[in-house]
Design a protein around this ligand. Structure first.
Ligand code: GRF
Length: 211
């Protein structure tokens, strides 16, 4: 995906937007190889919307309940991103399942951050489940999106220790800090053209390696 100009990125959110904020801050760097050109939320009350607006990034609210079907909602999201020539979509706390058609339309151009070291702890409530399982390490994963939930080629992972006395909240806070470093890092790798998807795995190439 290396073009010599910043990669045009769209972000999908449903809520808080702390990962969106991390991506906005990274993209504000003069030499960062990506720019966020549109943020789409399915919720009008998502706090992340004001973070985008504060950074001067256009937002579009598409309330899913306004659409007759999942396909109709997904088509509107695609059209919003395509209308501003988005090349890569980052899901950042977007809390709705996407149709197979949407995932296929954006295949290898759609990434997500999940708060666990995939393939462990797919789904919701990962921090509580990691504690219940007695995991000694937990973390986060940035991956290309496939139709099966929380699956797809892994771009990067960051591990954090599980510490004695951790609650789901303290563990979540430690993972979230790691998320805020990992997501911009993975976006940079893609924007620099250093990620090659081969089937179900992603290969990371060294800086300056021939593509
Ligand atoms: C993060 O933990 C992310 O990994 C998960 O949803 C949460 C979103 O948080 N997919 P935020 O909206 O980015 O603060």
């Amino acid at each position: 995906m290396k073009t010599g100009r910043p990669l045009r990125v769209g972000v999908m959110i449903s809520g808080r937007g702390s990962n969106l904020q991390a991506l906005l801050e990274a993209c504000a760097g003069a030499d960062f190889p990506a720019r966020i050109v549109l943020v789409v939320s399915n919720r009008a009350d998502a706090p992340g919307l004001s973070l985008a607006q504060a950074a001067g990034v256009p937002v579009k609210v598409l309330p899913h309940r306004d659409f007759a079907s999942r396909d109709a909602f997904d088509a509107a999201v695609s059209e919003a991103f395509e209308s501003v020539a988005v090349e890569l979509i980052c899901m950042a706390g977007f809390m709705r399942l996407l149709s197979a058609g949407f995932v296929e339309r954006w295949r290898d151009r759609l990434i997500n951050i999940h708060p666990a070291l995939l393939p462990a702890f797919k789904g919701l409530d990962t921090h509580r489940r990691a504690l219940a399982a007695g995991a000694k390490e937990h973390g986060c994963t940035v991956h290309y999106v496939r139709h099966e939930m929380d699956s797809g080629p892994v771009i990067g992972q960051a591990a954090v220790p599980v510490l004695p006395g951790d609650s789901a909240d303290t563990l979540a806070a430690r993972v979230l800090e790691a998320e805020h470093r990992l997501y911009p890092h993975c976006l940079r790798l893609i924007a620099e053209g250093r990620v090659r998807v081969r089937g179900e795995t992603a290969e990371i190439m060294a800086k300056g390696a021939p593509t």
